[in-house]
Write a protein that binds this ligand. Sequence first.
Ligand code: FAD
Ligand code: NAP
Length: 453
Amino acid sequence: MTQLPTVAVIGAGSSGIAALKGLRERGLDATCFEASDRIGGNWVFGNRNGMSAAYRDLHINTSRERMEYSDYPMPADYPDYPHHAQIAAYFDAYVDHFGIRDRIRFETKVEHAARREGGTWELTLGDGAVERFDALVVANGHHWDPRWPEPAFPGADTFRGVQMHAHAYVDNTSLADKDVVVLGMGNSAMDIAVESSYVARTTYLAARRGAWIVPKYLFGRPTDQLRNDPRIPFKIRQKAIHRLVKAYTGSPDRYGLPKPDHEFGESHPTVSGRILDRIQHGRVTPKPNIDRLDGDEVVFADGTRVHADVVVYCTGYKISFPFFDDDLISAPDNHIELFWRAFAPEIPNVFFVGLLQPLGAVMPLAEAQGAWIADHLRGEYALPAPADLRREMAEDQAYMRKRYVASKRHTIQVDFDDYLHKLKRELRDGAERAKARGFALPVPHRAPDRVQV
Ligand SMILES: Cc1cc2nc3c(=O)[nH]c(=O)nc-3n(C[C@H](O)[C@H](O)[C@H](O)COP(=O)(O)OP(=O)(O)OC[C@H]3O[C@@H](n4cnc5c(N)ncnc54)[C@H](O)[C@@H]3O)c2cc1C
Ligand SMILES: NC(=O)c1ccc[n+]([C@@H]2O[C@H](COP(=O)([O-])OP(=O)(O)OC[C@H]3O[C@@H](n4cnc5c(N)ncnc54)[C@H](OP(=O)(O)O)[C@@H]3O)[C@@H](O)[C@H]2O)c1
């Protein structure tokens, strides 16, 4: 029998463990490398890898039933929106439930991944060891490399207060009795502005663009559990949910926030059950974008200025692959074009898992991607012909550009239900193609064993 390719997985966060489980379940010899001493990545508060963005009181904003893996429910006594500690414990239990812990090499960072003759991957590990694999699955996360305002605001270099990125935010004790400016309209900005509002002297929420603020509940149910049938055209679903959100909160400009320049569903969802209350209680004051910093003051685009001790930039993250040479694989301005966010068109033995920004949760999508990649490596799913693959990718990019507000945060968007729904058809089509190709393995096994240097 032909030997299946060996596979390395980078990262044991929620994406890497789902991929590892899918690969192992389908008989592939897969090894996962994890820089930290534990699994869970972003969900491990104070993770010793230094990469987690979790703050002390972080709760998920996608409901637990949307976030859990398809074959491993979260404990029944979890609330709808559990705390990060419960989420990290759930991922830990998943690894034991599926018996894959022994395939994870903890405290083993992949420093460099290079493609050698014949295409095998050569991984240089933190201890200097070099190991080779036939295929590589990248699951290193994309919410750990902070994106600061680019360029920096005028006066940032001489500002007398503290400037920090949301990634470094731990809890609101550092904001007590301070004048705080929070910049951004994403979920980090919502959470941090709310937390600040309870202890700070003043909290200003500055934004260059408005957002539709989605409550955590509608009709007594988590909002993301409302029916969203991917067979109904997106425009119709968009109108329906837009009406509901508007009926619930009205337009954001009623609260002094900027009026969104787009419809609901055309930007990554901003979910908060609390921000509008805190604004209406007078504890958070909306402001337009920052224009410049001036000594110990922040000057906004409308010319108003406030004293500020702390500015928290909730300005998002960069997609980074520090272990690849830039000319091999990189994502300048978060731009990376992959087939279904998972397959690289030019390199047949590298795959990406969880490199997407869903309207919905990441985990079930990472799980589906892991199984899909495993089917591919077993020769049971074949990609479309190169011309078809290119055409599909171009269509996807064109759709994303048309639908979403132009921003570096909207380069890897997907709709949760649509992705899973369409994937079923793609898997059927790919299985037919694989059969027509005699189930040939797309990536041959040729990597030798561990190489010591
Ligand atoms: C504050 C915050 C809240 C969020 N809330 C939600 C939510 O409610 N719902 C949701 O679906 N998503 C949420 N997200 C998105 C988040 O990215 C996902 O929940 C999830 O953490 C993605 O998992 P991941 O495995 O892809 O990445 P990560 O969780 O970042 O895990 C990556 C893993 O790879 C390891 N690693 C990285 N580089 C290397 C290397 N070179 N060698 C070895 N190991 C390496 C890291 O140590 C880490 O363990 C949130 C993000 C943030 C920042
Ligand atoms: N409770 C939770 O579960 C929770 C909490 C926090 C974060 N998250 C998740 O973590 C991920 C990252 O969220 P995030 O909020 O940190 O980042 P984000 O979603 O990328 O949002 C960044 C925000 O900063 C703005 N911005 C960027 N650069 C700017 C600049 N130079 N000047 C002014 N504004 C600028 C963006 O505006 P534009 O739209 O104009 O680009 C956007 O409003 C998301 O997936 C989010 O859902 C979840």
